[in-house]
Design a binder for this molecule. Structure first.
Ligand code: 5GP
Length: 204
């Protein structure tokens, strides 16, 4: 039996839904999964480290990356480029490791079109009131930025139904446990097992 490829997981949800916190908890449970470090032209927030949270690039460097086919997908979100560097993702998948892309909805659409076997998961806040409370509590955005993010969030949540799975982030530990279950189940799905079924039939 050939080694299985890793599964590509697209993980989206509005800013403030707690994607990062849920993923942090998930990685404690499943440390072999790889988090794809995106490139962005947005400036770092306090505490964010280049090469850990994002690769922080200039606009020119990001555009060069696009021109060289270096991103699997990219988008402009709130005026800044965001994209998933292709080479490390392909390498990790080939080595059998699961890779999680924490990306917004337009990028997710591009990934799903290019990789139909990808698993897509959308994280929802329990309510918009809770989302607002979390964004204010984070204290990293101005009132105007929060308004923008809530507007964007409304458009993003409208696309949740296009994803394979929805996770409501009510209690972080529970949400992370559900994420683990979903990824495990997806690896047994027919969508992800097409290649394996072909291989077995070839040997029959
Ligand atoms: P933030 O500025 O809050 O870190 O991220 C803003 C949004 O961009 C979030 O929804 C985040 O998931 C998304 N994002 C982060 N990296 C990427 C990426 O590489 N590609 C796309 N399409 N979206 C990304």
């Amino acid at each position: 039996m050939k080694e299985h490829q890793g599964i590509l997981v697209v993980f989206s949800g509005p800013s403030g839904a707690g994607k990062g916190t849920v993923l942090g908890e998930y990685f404690k449970r499943c440390p072999d999964t790889v988090y794809s470090i995106s490139a962005t032209t947005r400036p770092p927030r306090p505490g964010e480290v280049d090469g850990t949270h994002y690769h922080f690039l200039s606009k020119a460097a990001f555009e060069a990356l696009i021109d060289n086919g270096g991103v699997l997908e990219y988008t402009i979100y709130n005026g800044h480029y965001y994209g998933s560097p292709a080479a490390p993702i392909r390498r990790e998948l080939e080595q059998g490791r699961d890779v999680i892309l924490e990306i917004e909805v337009k990028g997710a659409l591009q990934v799903r079109a290019r990789f139909p076997e990808a698993l897509s998961i959308f994280v929802m806040p329990p309510s918009f009131a809770e989302l607002r409370r979390r964004l204010v509590g984070r204290g990293t955005e101005t009132e105007e930025q929060i308004r923008d993010r809530l507007l964007t969030a409304r458009q993003e949540v409208a696309m949740a139904a296009d994803y394979d799975y929805i996770i409501v982030n009510d209690v972080v530990k529970d949400a992370a446990a559900r994420l683990e279950t979903i990824i495990k189940a997806a690896k047994c799905s027919k969508k992800f097992s097409q290649e394996f079924i072909k291989e077995v039939l070839e040997d029959a």
